[in-house]
Design a protein. Structure first.
Lengths: 339, 319
């Protein structure tokens, strides 16, 4: 009786260690490497040391954020201290505290929640560590040296534009939202409803439901909308991954000729479908390449340089990326950005 | 109720004892159906929509049937949502060799993880809540790690997609599978020694031991059984989505547990009903369908669900 039990405990521990290891492997270039950092760099002395913190990469977009940051750091020869993998605001705060204690030149933060990370970012700024804020904005500009992010409201407006043009301002539209009650979702919805107003009621949003950015929820919500509405011209969704579930619901119902769908973000899968033509008409970039740019900006800030094409000798305090519309016509030119 | 005559007390006790417990959900379901027919006469009562409700109920429903057995032993399984994702991914990794290897991979991993839960609880003596909580994070980690956090397309798997989205005799296959699992679950619980032992173990473990029931075996078996259910659900879900994604199955465990509980199975173990669970699953699926058809905000759905859980369980309380 004793032996098997011990054995099982061992197996379980190995399994836990295994998953822990792979998690660690992903965030490994973090702490140990950081502490042993100062190696001789080029003529300018040691390489710029950038600390990076983002929420856990459990969604295609967030994974791409971390990957892009890492890639940019490699290319720019920046010493990157990376702390990935927490979906809890409080633990991200302590993660950032640990990062600050390692005295980086610049801190890059994509907060799980802008407001909650604001005090700690402000503390870093006061301690003389410039902060680059990515995507979700801190509640005060005093908490960042520069902010770079996408345009959630712009995604809604661009989608409304495309749908209004394609439908000539006439027909029923349904909307599949992200997680209810967060700013990303609210802005993407507001942009869309504002944008669609120019049709003066010609386009009706007959249903609008959240599916939490998840493909299985997207499938269920779309299935029910298909039951409820026998005449749908277009489907506006807040996310490419989630839209894949909706696409499948439309296909399963055999109604792909009746309507088209739009996504948001710019995933590889979405771009492939757009290139094929048909049901998946467009997506709107909310590109995770922004974390790569954030690393570049961090390096420029540390070196006290500006953007070389601008007259000003320093980095601007806000950079907003456009929600570029990706359709069959231009998909080839942006496909390399897909995640 | 202020009048406390023996007669009224008897009448009340009688009412509570026999029918109410088992009638609550059917009444709720009938009420929902009538409401649907009145509010959305053109859409709701169509066979298409009702079959859609049954299909949507199938993924959580099959898991809930397995959960009924787990809860009957006084246990709980919090890991099912994560295991659903891990199983889909495991299948997806084997998808190059066709639909059958997908199914083998999905069911294989789900059963394996269920067995690990079972071992941790029986031989490891870890309480079910903790053991399966650990498995919840392990399985989600496995799903993300195995897939490198990217969904796997299953567009090439014809058979799998047909299982997910086509019909047999006019009924969607996932719905048929759900009905079959429900019937199998009913037979297993009510007509076999294993079923009797499951209830006995949940009712009073030492009494069960004295009666010669090997509780550890029974407990281990129910976690393997729910693993099998999760594996079947993974096949249906992946077929319906035509892809395997590491983020699916979020909070499915809570939906399954809620369905089991409003169905009348006691969380403390020793009392279980498969029919009740089936009705519970259908109730939630109908609410989702109706509120969606009415385009009600999702927060209303949360409130309705919660109130219903409270009301149903309060009405079912015994003594």
């Amino acid at each position: 009786m004793k032996l098997p039990r011990r054995l099982v405990v061992m197996v379980a521990l190995t399994a836990i260690a295994l998953t822990a290891c792979t998690e660690e492997a992903k965030q490994e270039p973090a702490a140990p490497q950081g502490t042993s950092a100062p190696q001789a760099g080029g003529v300018t002395g040691r390489p710029v040391k950038v600390a990076f913190s983002a929420p856990g990469a459990d969604h295609g977009w967030l994974k791409a954020i971390t990957d892009n940051a890492r890639k940019a750091a490699e290319e720019l020869k920046v010493d990157l201290v990376l702390a990935e993998g927490t979906n809890d605001t409080a633990s991200q705060v302590s993660q950032v505290e640990t990062l600050i204690s390692q005295k980086p030149d610049v801190l890059v933060i994509l907060p799980q929640e802008g407001g909650a990370l604001t005090p700690i970012a402000q503390k870093a700024m006061q301690a003389g560590i410039p902060v680059v804020n990515v995507d979700r904005e801190f509640s005060t500009p005093a908490a960042f040296r520069t902010w770079i992010g996408g345009d959630n409201y712009g995604i809604g407006v661009a989608a409304a534009d495309l749908i209004a043009n394609e439908l000539k301002c006439n027909g029923n539209v349904v909307e599949i939202q992200g997680v209810a009650g967060i700013s990303v979702t609210e802005e993407r919805t507001k942009g869309f409803t504002d944008g669609i107003k120019r049709c003066n009621g010609g386009i009706k949003i007959v249903a609008s439901q959240p599916a939490d950015f998840l493909p299985d929820k997207g499938l269920q919500v779309m299935e029910t909308m298909l039951q409820g509405h026998k005449d749908i011209k277009a489907v506006y969704t807040h996310d490419d991954d989630m839209a894949m579930g909706a696409v499948q619901a439309i296909r399963n119902a055999g109604r792909e000729d009746e309507m088209f769908i739009t996504g948001a973000g710019g995933s590889k899968d979405a771009m492939n479908l757009i290139a094929e033509g048909g049901l998946y008409r467009a997506t709107f970039l909310y590109n995770p390449s922004m974390s790569g740019s954030a690393i570049s900006l961090a390096k420029l800030i540390a070196e006290q340089k500006g953007l070389s094409e601008l007259v000003e000798p320093e980095v601007p305090s806000r950079i907003q990326l456009p929600a570029t519309t990706v359709t069959k016509e231009n998909v080839a030119s942006v496909q390399s950005l897909g995640y | 109720m202020a009048v406390d005559t023996p007669a009224s007390r008897n009448a009340l006790a009688g009412l509570r004892q026999v029918p109410i417990q088992e009638l609550v959900l059917p009444v709720v379901i009938v009420a929902l159906l009538i409401a649907g027919i009145i509010i959305k006469p053109d859409v709701f009562p169509t066979s298409d929509n009702l079959l859609n409700v049954l299909t949507q109920a199938s993924i959580t429903g099959i898991i809930a049937i397995g959960m009924t057995f787990v809860i009957a032993t006084g246990g709980i399984d919090l890991s099912v949502g994560s295991v659903l994702a891990a199983a889909s991914i495991a299948g997806g990794l084997l998808a190059d060799n066709g639909s059958y290897t997908f199914m083998l991979g999905a069911v294989g991993l789900a059963v394996l993880l269920g067995a690990i839960n079972g071992l941790a609880i029986t031989w490891g003596k870890v309480v079910p809540f903790v053991a399966t909580l650990a498995m919840l994070t392990i399985a989600r980690g496995l799903a993300l790690w195995m897939s490198d956090k990217t969904p796997i397309s299953l567009a090439e798997l014809d058979i799998l997609q047909r299982i997910g989205s086509s019909r047999l005799l006019g009924v969607p296959i996932p719905a048929l599978v759900f009905l079959a699992v429900t019937i199998a679950g009913w037979v297993l619980l009510n007509r076999t020694t294993f079923g009797r032992h499951t209830i006995a173990v949940g009712g009073n473990r030492s009494a069960a031991r004295i009666a010669g029931i090997r509780s550890n075996r029974v407990v281990f078996a129910v976690y393997v059984l729910i693993g099998l259910c999760v594996g079947i659900s993974a096949i249906l879900l992946s077929g319906r989505l035509a892809s395997a994604s590491p983020v699916v199955g979020n909070l499915v465990e809570l939906d399954a547990i809620a369905a089991v509980v409003i169905g009348g199975t006691a969380l403390t173990g020793g009392k279980a009903t498969v029919t009740g669970t089936f009705f519970g699953v259908i109730t939630f699926a109908l609410i989702f369908n109706l509120l969606n058809l009415l385009n009600m905000p999702s927060e209303i759905q949360g409130i309705v669900k919660g109130v219903l859980i409270l009301a149903a369980v309060a009405l079912q309380r015994r003594d």
